[in-house]
Design a protein around this ligand. Structure first.
Ligand code: ZN
Length: 426
């Protein structure tokens, strides 16, 4: 029998961690350590953007005639990372604000000096389409270099209907150009913009009557998100916005209990949101409620570190009570300026007490499930999208152990080699 043609054969793997939750549904915390690890010498055959086979190298070499081979050189192979909470549609950075924070200024003082979300809003509104496109593309490429092959990405720095929709259009174009699957989220309710400060309900009317319907059309957004906080949107306004989004057929994601326990997680559960994210101020009672629901707990453990916050999300409590979870970066210019999921995994292990396999599942198959991509993204099995990462690590325990350096050796994105030896190869 002649070998069948394929696009890529990945060989030389140290080991392959599949973390496949299987058809039985999603794994709970106790099941994660049991997920399968394939031995050194496992190869992966890829064709038409999908994984065709995983198995012993000699066997696959007989069955498949690849157009190209990629040598993992003993690296550990995992599914491409799925970052389920990012804000990559911004221009410039806010490094001067970081300096102020390091000197001890708090959130309100930073806003008074012209920092905060509204500083990014001003920048984005002034940017041309070309400039914004270049910035979004650069941010997605930075994520890709750190092993993120698909993600959720929010608007939220336009805060006019026009600029929010423009953000989503540019995001869609940049992602398509790179062949990266992005689940777009409308976050018009990130903050009330300065021009509506005295009339927040007028801004909310605009979002509900124009922004959300336009975003839902054409699939410009799959989900809607709201920042429920004392200085952003209260529970009543958040509910109105989310109910309108749901009515328009959008999925729901929620920024909840980051600084104050407003009841955002409770609302997310009640409305059947895909996730409630942050949770540093989550009460024990609401943790129980979230754990018993299908709504994911979105863990963003690099954020409190970056904000010099003492409190972390009660992740151990949530996982042990049976919650679904994911680990994400919250990549954004103000409260977490890292595009790296390996870095988020470092904090998930160190600050939240997740095991390496829990953290990795949270950054792959579970993150994918929170986006409705279960079985297709974040897993390595025949039929799944051919998104793979080769880590420059001999074993999985090394993930998050070394920090401040990128452990990603190669990235395969939709069957194409996108990063080779740490360098972009697109
Ligand atoms: Zn966020």
């Amino acid at each position: 029998m002649f070998p069948a043609p394929c696009d890529l054969l990945l060989t030389g793997a140290g080991a392959v961690l599949t973390q496949d939750p299987g058809p039985g549904g999603l794994p709970r915390a106790a099941e994660i350590p049991k997920l399968s690890e394939l031995p050194a010498g496992t190869a992966v055959a890829v064709a038409e953007g999908r994984i065709q086979a995983l198995g012993p190298e000699e066997e696959l070499a007989r069955r498949w005639a690849p157009r190209r081979r990629l040598d993992a050189r003993g690296g550990f192979v995992v599914p491409g990372f799925v970052d389920a909470h990012t804000h990559p549609v911004f221009c410039g950075d806010r490094s001067e604000e970081f300096e102020w924070r390091c000197q001890g200024l708090d959130y309100l003082e930073i806003a008074r000096r012209g920092g905060g979300i509204l500083a990014s809003v001003e920048r984005l509104r002034r940017a041309s389409d070309e400039e914004l496109h270049g910035e979004v593309r650069r941010h997605l490429l930075r994520m890709l270099r750190h092993g993120t092959t698909s993600c959720e990405a929010k608007s939220g720095y336009g805060l006019t209907v026009r600029d929010e929709l423009r953000s989503l259009r540019i995001l869609r174009a940049a992602a398509a150009e790179l062949g990266m699957e992005v689940s777009p989220t409308f976050l018009g309710a990130h903050l009330v913009p300065a021009e509506h400060r005295d009339h927040p309900d007028r801004y909310l009317d605009l979002l509900c009557e124009e922004g959300l319907p336009a975003a839902a059309e054409d699939g410009l957004a799959r989900s809607a998100d709201v920042f429920l906080e004392e200085h952003a949107f209260d529970l009543g306004r958040g509910r109105r916005y989310l109910e309108r989004a749901r009515e328009l057929g959008l999925r729901l994601r929620v920024h909840a209990e980051q600084f104050a326990p407003l009841g955002g997680a409770r609302l997310a559960v009640e409305l059947g949101a895909d996730c409630a994210d942050h949770l540093e101020a989550l009460s024990e009672e609401d943790a129980g409620l979230l754990a018993a629901s299908p709504t994911f707990a979105g863990l963003l453990p690099a954020v409190p570190h970056f904000l010099r916050q003492e409190a972390d999300a009660p992740a151990r409590l949530l996982l042990d009570a049976g919650a679904r979870w994911f680990v994400a970066t919250d990549f954004n210019p103000g409260s977490c300026y890292t595009p790296s999921l390996p870095e988020a995994i470092h904090f998930a292990r160190l600050r939240l007490g997740l095991s390496v396999r829990e953290a990795l599942a949270g950054a792959t198959c579970l993150a994918a499930a929170s986006l409705g991509w279960e079985g297709r993204k974040g897993v390595l099995r025949p039929g799944a999208d051919a998104d793979l990462v080769v880590l420059d690590l001999p074993r999985v325990e090394g993930l998050g152990y070394a920090f401040g350096e990128n452990p990603v050796r190669h990235v395969v994105l939709g069957g194409r080699v996108a990063v080779e030896d740490g360098c972009l190869a697109l």
